[in-house]
Design a protein around this ligand. Structure first.
Ligand SMILES: Cc1cc2nc3c(=O)[nH]c(=O)nc-3n(C[C@H](O)[C@H](O)[C@H](O)COP(=O)(O)OP(=O)(O)OC[C@H]3O[C@@H](n4cnc5c(N)ncnc54)[C@H](O)[C@@H]3O)c2cc1C
Length: 466
């Protein structure tokens, strides 16, 4: 008797815009994927659903993006019977052909033929002296407090850093009635000429960004551009009391506040891709290592597809297109008949969409530059790695005295990036500090290798057969 054909197993990690659209493409092709998300509810970052029992309206929660949020949520709800959805489930490791997850106290090893990793991004942070004080949050955390719990992070908040999220979150706070003391942007007032070509690829978004800045200025919020953060002021008892910056003219100014939201655009969550042994390439404009993908989202590792902010920061619309395309590519590569037809019909338009979004992404990276020179200026006493309390001086000493010119070696000697966040928040700045101390280009320093578990997990989990 002939053995029954076993259908390929597809797993989608992440139920944000990229993951939802990837799952939807698979369902449309007649496949029942496993969809994993560590969050309680679907929606991802931008379309984060409020906890059950909270009743704020879509307009109040998502503003101009309300219609998109509603569509994504209702599409997800409609496909729930056709997917194996595992919420509050962490994908903590990826080995050859298997994803390792933890849900409650239960560990599962899930074999896959194709995994589509759509795990999004986190804040990209550049430390400043005092960023370890109570009252200093990342921009993303400040936004989550507002979106998820309708809370502000302080009664007088300064937003500092750079990138589109800086203005967006400040404007969201203002709209919600919070006291926005100032917006301090490290990027120059006029973007470099090379940035414009990319920015003009999505003119409506450019206009929306300018409108946010206009709204803040009209409300009397102090917006300073071209600043260099000097220190966040305060003490370990009462927390943040102010922030000092040098303005574009080099004059030091101090602003009073009881909370600072800090962020320098976003960084892709690449740990699972790294554990899957995907190749990475250095991107010069944003000064970071990113997984290599082809135009459809295939990584260099067979069966591993990457989509959304977890591989390139294209924003939510880009994530939706990338998720769908990666899923269709996976179906096509595995010879799925219905999927192959969908891929052939839809891939060209999706690729064109993504090319436009990628041009805009490059424009943003040039307009809101990663201020790498700040790492060189960090005083020795400034805490660089907050998890392990490693100072910039200790890291420099490991370069000087132990010759650690490679970031993983510097980690071994100094413990930078060895704590709870595994270098997700300090890793980029640490590489800049090492590069400057060693006098070598940052790409030569390398990148922190991901280690499993990608996030902290319970030690007494029980392995359950999938
Ligand atoms: C903090 C923050 C705030 C943002 N705010 C805005 C905004 O206001 N407006 C805007 O236009 N854009 C915003 N963005 C960008 C926007 O959220 C993204 O462009 C969009 O959500 C990308 O979709 P995605 O599906 O790639 O990732 P996400 O929406 O981030 O979804 C990723 C999903 O993967 C899950 N996940 C991650 N790791 C694991 C794991 N190991 N195991 C299981 N599940 C995992 C997460 O729980 C999440 O649900 C923000 C981004 C961030 C990081």
């Amino acid at each position: 008797m002939a053995a029954a054909a076993v259908s390929p197993r597809f797993i989608v990690v992440g139920a944000g815009p990229a993951g939802v659209r990837a799952a939807q493409a698979l369902v449309q092709a007649g496949v029942r994927p496993i969809v994993i998300d560590e969050g309680r509810r679907d929606g991802g970052q931008i379309y984060r659903r409020q906890p059950e029992g909270f009743t704020r309206s879509y307009d109040m929660l998502y503003g101009g993006e309300a219609a998109k949020a509603r569509t994504l949520h209702s599409d997800f709800d409609a496909m729930r019977p056709h997917i194996d959805y595992r919420s509050e489930t962490l994908a903590w490791n990826l080995t050859q052909g298997a994803l390792h997850t933890l849900q409650g106290g239960q560990a599962h090893t899930l074999a896959f033929d194709a995994v589509i990793i759509c795990v999004g991004a986190t804040d990209r942070l550049m430390p400043v002296q005092g960023w370890n004080l109570a009252g200093c949050y990342s921009l993303g955390a400040a936004q989550i407090a507002l979106k998820s719990q309708a809370c502000a992070i302080g009664s007088r908040v300064v937003f500092a850093g750079t990138g589109p999220l800086l203005y967006l979150v400040a404007a969201q706070y203002l709209k919600a009635g919070a006291n926005v003391a100032a917006v301090l942007d490290t990027s120059p007032a006029i973007p470099a000429p090379k940035a414009w070509k990319g920015l003009l690829a999505r003119p409506h978004l450019l206009l929306r960004g300018l409108a946010l800045q206009f709204m803040l200025c009209r409300a009397g919020v102090q917006v300073l551009k071209g600043v260099t953060p000097v220190r966040i002021r305060g003490d370990s008892i009462t927390g943040v009391s102010g922030i000092s910056v040098r303005d574009a003219q080099g004059v030091e100014r101090t602003l009073q506040c009881d909370a600072v939201a800090l962020g320098y655009h976003l960084r892709a969550e690449t740990q699972l891709a790294d554990l899957a042994r995907c190749e990475f390439a250095f991107e010069t404009v944003s000064r970071q290592w990113l997984p290599r993908i082809d135009e459809d989202g295939r990584s260099s590792t067979r069966g591993v597809y990457l989509a959304g902010d977890g591989v390139r920061i294209l924003g939510a619309d880009g994530a939706e297109a990338a998720g769908r395309l990666a899923a269709l590519a996976a179906l096509n590569d595995l010879g799925h008949e219905g999927g192959r037809a969908l891929f052939t019909a839809q891939a060209p338009a999706l690729r064109r969409t993504l090319a436009t979004m990628n041009a805009f992404r490059e424009g943003l990276a040039r307009a809101f530059l990663w201020p790498h020179a700040q790492a060189a200026m960090l005083p020795d006493a400034a805490v660089l790695c907050r998890c392990e309390s490693v100072t910039a001086g200790e890291l420099r000493r490991s370069v000087r005295e132990m010759g650690s010119q490679e970031i993983n070696r510097a980690k071994a000697f100094s413990r930078v990036g060895m704590g709870r966040c595994q270098g997700r928040y300090c890793g980029h700045a640490a590489a800049e500090v090492v590069a400057h101390a060693a006098g070598i280009p940052v790409e030569q320093v390398g990148r922190l290798r991901a280690q499993a578990p990608v996030k902290p997990l319970l030690m007494d989990a029980k392995e359950v057969q999938a």
